[in-house]
Design a protein around this ligand. Structure first.
Ligand code: LLP
Length: 447
């Protein structure tokens, strides 16, 4: 992350705080989060999108996707930086309330919201409920109607653009659980069009506009632009059909980050400019007003802000046979693994690792960094070049673990969750404490 440097002795430091001090104070494994990095990325998205869209529309609302990483402290940073918060469960709404985020600054997602979640969103006066199906539309309308409220809704549409990290398959990608289909079958109206008709017919609903989210860890602006074009065309068709102009367009999240040198993410300004160009040109061509734009980045704000600090334990070199040839592979075990970062085992995600506690002049050898769990798939970094002289007790840093690591973590093998430590201006402080053995037994009924 930003603020990472090496001391004269070759030890990794973050904002001037040495990793040995962090390990001593907080133990390992630990997630080390640069607060300045997080805040700067939040501001970068806010400012870049607002600047690019300023000539076109009133502004852009940036909703931080809390599912990528969230705790009360981080929710406060989000609010302080002028972002809103995208939630997708009653739990995330509860967290937003604890952090003191005002309801109108919140959005609620989910393909299977419970009545309790819908009621909670209405209790909190959230700014938008993103409706995911016709059935849910009726449910929100009924609940709001019963309570004599008007629920602000966005409709989540599936524009049929599916991002496969580097590429887009612009064929209908409809066979998944999210959203309302935009495809008309057998000459009938599409589900999305029917949802608009239904929403307009319910006095208990305030239809704000439409939403889409095309995927995650996407590098090019092309897919977002394609999706924007498709949704704007839909907005124009709704104007022609119902005489109504939908005022808001949310283009979701999904902006990629660099996990390894092979990943080349675009800067927020470049993404924003490309998207604004397409939105401006499409609206002009269709003769519609530019709607208010919103986006929901998660990973691109928090992902690179964090590294996980591990301690090296068992080292083992094994022979690997390829046909006639035999080569060696070194296994470097660390004190965490799939319980604090399940992304390699879930998605085959790639990470890198670096010796953090000291400098080494030893040659690098091909290594596999593995966790401590009872599963052979428990890999942290599949192929890492690490110094030949690694020893137990060395500290390793694995960068890029800010998004979808702590939140997807588990207590597998009765492993306590590690703490999250925020570092800023030479100071480190706990923002989420690590779990204790007590915590592991807190839910036991037997005494
Ligand atoms: N908006 C919606 C409606 C979403 O579903 C998501 C992510 C986001 C925004 C934020 O996407 P981001 O900017 O963070 O890419 N666990 C997976 C990623 C799941 C993404 C789920 N939805 C992973 O670790 O790669």
């Amino acid at each position: 992350p930003q603020g990472a440097s090496r001391t004269e002795e070759g030890e990794l430091a973050i904002d001037g705080v040495k990793v040995s001090d962090l390990a001593h104070r907080f133990g390992t494994p630990a997630y080390i989060l640069s607060e300045d990095h997080f805040r700067n990325r939040a501001r970068a998205f806010r400012d870049a999108f607002n600047a690019a869209f300023a000539p076109l529309c009133g502004g852009v609302d940036v909703y931080y996707a809390g599912k990528s990483f969230l705790c009360v402290e981080v929710a406060k940073w989000v609010q302080e930086e002028g972002l809103r918060l995208d939630t997708c469960s009653g739990g995330e709404l509860a967290l937003a309330a604890r952090a003191g985020i005002e309801g109108p600054k919140l959005g609620l997602h989910g393909n299977n919201k419970s009545d309790a979640e819908i009621n909670r969103a209405l209790d909190m006066s959230v700014g938008r409920i993103v409706v995911d199906s016709l059935q849910e539309l009726e449910r929100v309308a009924a609940i709001a109607g019963m309570r004599q409220l008007r629920a602000p809704v966005l409709l989540r549409l599936t524009p049929g653009i599916h991002a496969e990290t580097h590429e887009f398959i612009a064929t209908a990608h409809e066979d998944q659980k999210f959203g309302l289909s935009m495809t008309a079958v057998h000459g009938e109206r599409s589900t999305a069009e029917r949802a608009v008709g239904a929403a307009l017919g319910h006095p208990s609903l305030e239809l704000l506009g439409v939403h889409c989210h095309i995927g995650s860890q996407i590098f090019s602006a092309e897919g977002f632009a394609l999706a924007a074009e498709k949704l704007l065309t839909f907005i124009a068709s709704i104007r022609d059909l119902h005489g109504v102009s939908l005022k808001e367009l949310d283009l979701g999240g999904g902006y990629g980050i660099a996990y390894t040198d092979l990943d080349q993410p675009k800067e927020p300004a470049e993404l924003a400019a490309a998207m604004a160009d397409v939105v401006g040109a499409t609206c002009a061509r269709l003769g519609i007003d530019v709607p208010r734009i919103s986006i929901e980045p998660g990973r691109a704000i928090v992902g690179s802000s964090t590294f996980t600090l591990y301690t090296v334990g068992t080292l083992k070199t094994i022979n690997v046979q390829h046909g006639e040839d035999i080569s060696e592979r070194r296994y470097v075990s660390v004190d965490g693994g799939m319980s604090d970062n399940p992304r390699p085992v879930l998605y085959g995600a790639t990470y890198t690792a670096a010796l953090a506690s000291r400098r080494s002049e030893a040659p690098s050898v091909l290594s596999r960094v593995v966790g401590k769990h009872c599963e052979s798939g428990d890999i942290v970094v599949k192929d890492a070049y690490l110094p030949a002289d690694l020893v137990a007790g060395d500290l390793l840093a694995v960068p890029g673990t800010g998004a979808y690591c702590w939140v997807l973590g588990s207590n597998y093998n009765y492993t306590p969750r590690p703490p999250v430590v925020a570092v800023s201006q030479g100071q480190a402080r706990l923002i989420l404490r690590g779990e204790t053995e007590e915590d592991l037994f807190r839910r036991e009924v037997a005494s």
